[in-house]
Design a protein around this ligand. Structure first.
Ligand SMILES: [Zn+2]
Length: 290
């Protein structure tokens, strides 16, 4: 039982009285980014190798690895239920969870934080790094200038709404910590198509990494097309789920392969648990229509 306000206090006098003319709020989910979940909600930190996730008992490696992107992955059976989380000795001590019936099951990952500001920021930067420092035919500076020219032209011919106003510096996709695109969610969402178009210009079918990047970008763009086609819907239809789920699974798997490849080339990639949460979002869409 959480502590009660003293009966003589302002908050105490409000007890059992109508607030907001009888209207009331119903908590359906708590959203936030990975840092909010671990710092504010005191849920497991995303960078941990063991027990890495706020939403399930998964690990970075081993039999319950979050790097398995299948609907029947072992970690799926360890997603929290109110009863299992409440009985867990490692659960958060954050005051919010002192509220009756409120558990980590109420915490949800959202597509904006998990995908656009999570996985896509890193994966798109990795593709750009490969295009400009590895695959490009000219010096990195000239390759970057070529990309900026392409981006401007693409934006203009497709009337793209959310644009990068400039892309004339490596700082737009690299920083001291590693590869990460510098942009807002809407800019990142609109970045996949011009990036795919650019990659097709430098594409070399005899190189496996080129093929893998092409597959990754095509699947990513397909995810966004399905999202856009259903933007006014509360949830996906069964048909859309059948399309979206394997596509999202492929994107996440390719994302991990891309990160691994860039890391092998000594480009430090800011790989995070976001890809796991991005896939969790896809599974939630499936559950809502099944
Ligand atoms: Zn998880």
């Amino acid at each position: 039982m959480p502590p009660r306000f003293p009966s003589t206090s302002l908050a105490g006098k409000r007890a059992n009285t109508w607030l907001a003319n009888g209207h009331f709020g119903v908590l359906t989910g708590i959203l936030g980014d990975l840092d909010y979940m671990c710092q504010t909600l005191q849920l497991p930190r995303w960078s941990r190798n063991v027990n890495s996730c706020a939403l399930c008992l998964c690990d970075a490696q081993g039999p319950f690895s979050w790097k398995v992107f299948k609907p029947d992955a072992p970690w799926v059976s360890r997603c929290w239920k109110p009863s299992t989380w409440s009985a867990w000795e490692g659960k958060s001590t954050c005051g919010l969870f002192q509220i009756r019936h409120l558990t980590a099951v109420n915490v949800q990952c959202d597509y904006m934080h998990a995908k656009y500001l999570g996985t896509d920021l890193v994966a798109f930067a990795s593709v750009l790094w490969l295009a400009i420092f590895v695959a490009g035919a000219q010096s990195p500076a000239k390759n970057l200038a070529e990309f900026q020219k392409h981006l401007k032209s693409y934006y203009r011919s497709h009337s793209t709404a959310s644009r990068f106003s400039a892309f004339n510096s490596f700082k737009y996709f690299m920083n001291k910590k590693g590869l990460k695109l510098k942009g807002k969610a809407a800019q990142v969402k609109a970045f996949g198509l011009p990036l795919l178009d650019f990659w097709q210009k430098i594409y070399n079918p005899s190189l496996s990494i080129h093929k893998m990047v092409l597959v990754y970008l095509k699947l990513n763009v397909k995810c966004e097309e399905l999202m856009d086609a259903n933007r006014d819907e509360m949830h996906f239809s069964p048909w859309t789920c059948k399309q979206f789920h394997p596509t999202s699974s492929g994107v996440c798997h390719a994302d991990i392969l891309l990160n691994t490849h860039c890391s092998c080339l000594e480009a430090f990639v800011l790989s995070t648990l976001s890809v796991h949460q991005s896939f969790s979002c896809a599974l939630m869409r499936r559950h809502r229509c099944s």
